[in-house]
Design a protein around this ligand. Structure first.
Ligand code: DAH
Length: 347
């Protein structure tokens, strides 16, 4: 019996030494320790062993079982360790590999420039307000000192919706009127209004039937053209750099008196003359002026007490200048390759 047990042990240990898979390990376990296993059947046969030998045989069986169980456990741990190592090796990340590009959305370049301008004005205490795109003739023209039949209307070929009363706003200036009327004639105002505008223009590189303006209005006491100049100077320098110079040229709008065109020094040639500034050294970026007394009066403000200035930027024009975009129609394309070019320009 003793020899048999030692033989079982010897053989099991040899097999365990050579086993290469956990499946093989399990087979050894079953063949030695399982229900029909070699050791189990010896234990079952204990009752046939003479009583005086039982204790020694029993102890030996236990010892052999312990040795084999320990060897199996050791091998199991070895396999588990190997499996873990293999898994880790398999899942290793090569940090030197180029990353996969994650495509994200980005604000349109127009949105971007509007936000930039909003931030500058907000830092000077202006509110950003909104107004309707479907507008009444009286806000878009009449209260702005442009009565029916006035030739100044011709410059803004308008999309009328209902007779001569309701239209797609041809400018953001009606928001000035709405803001003054809402303020009640006795409070100072500082507001800008970015928004879409519409004109019956044939689309080409510099015209679009839909475009975006940024209107501005400041009403207070003792406001003069020099306040407008100072404000414009801050904006121009923030948008186009500290070296940007500004100038006013006389102009004409029905709703401002005096009226001006605001120019910035050409940031390409620094005033020397180039194709962008048509050799003048200057680029026009907005219309502006002192709010006409008639407009103040129409909107409930006493022009003997209150004065103000107003201005209107073309957002596409600013973006075209700043980002070197040559065709206004590009803003209204839905081709993402174009938009991505804008993203890159922003750097
Ligand atoms: N509304 C004008 C236009 O569309 C632009 C403009 C000029 C707005 C002078 C103003 C202003 O507020 O004062 O051509």
């Amino acid at each position: 019996m003793k020899e048999r047990l030692l033989e079982i042990k010897q053989k099991a240990l040899e097999q365990l030494q050579n086993v290469a898979t956990s499946q093989g390990l399990n087979e050894i376990r079953v063949s030695v320790l399982g229900k029909q296993g070699q050791l189990t059947s010896i234990l079952r046969g204990m009752r046939d062993i003479p009583a005086e030998e039982r204790a020694t045989v029993g102890a030996l069986v236990n010892e052999v079982r312990n040795v084999i169980e320990n060897a199996i456990k050791e091998k199991e741990e070895y396999f588990a360790q190997k499996a873990l190592e293999a898994k880790l090796a398999n899942e290793q990340v090569d940090v030197t590999l180029p990353a996969t590009e994650i495509r994200t959305g980005a604000p349109s370049i127009l949105e971007h420039i509007v936000e930039e301008i909003e931030e500058v004005f907000m830092s000077m205490g202006y509110d950003v307000v909104d107004g309707p795109e479907i507008e009444e003739d009286k806000y878009n023209f009449e209260l702005l000192n442009i009565p029916k039949g006035h030739p100044a209307r011709d410059a803004q070929d308008t999309f009328y919706i209902e007779d001569e009363k309701v239209l797609l706003r041809s400018q953001t200036s009606p928001v000035q009127v709405r803001t003054m009327l809402a303020a009640g004639g006795d409070k100072p105002i500082r507001m800008i209004c970015p928004g879409k505008t519409y004109r019956r223009d044939a689309d080409d590189a510099t015209h679009s039937h839909q475009f975006m303006q940024i209107e501005g209005l400041l009403v207070d006491k003792n406001i003069s053209l020099s306040n407008l100049k100072g404000t414009f100077d801050v904006i121009a320098k923030r948008l186009f750099g500290e070296g940007c110079e500004t100038r006013f040229r006389p102009s004409y709008y029905q709703f401002t008196e005096p009226s001006v065109e605001t120019d910035i020094s050409c940031f390409v040639c620094k005033g020397k003359g180039c194709s962008l500034c048509k050799n003048s050294g200057w680029i026009t970026v907005s219309g502006a002026g002192m709010v006409h007394p008639n407009v103040l009066r129409n909107c409930g403000y006493d022009p003997d007490v209150w004065t103000g200035f107003a201005f209107g930027f073309g957002a596409e024009r600013l973006a075209m200048l700043k980002y070197g975009i040559s065709d206004i129609r590009k803003f209204y394309l839905t081709d993402l390759r174009e938009t991505n070019v804008f993203d890159r320009r922003e750097g």
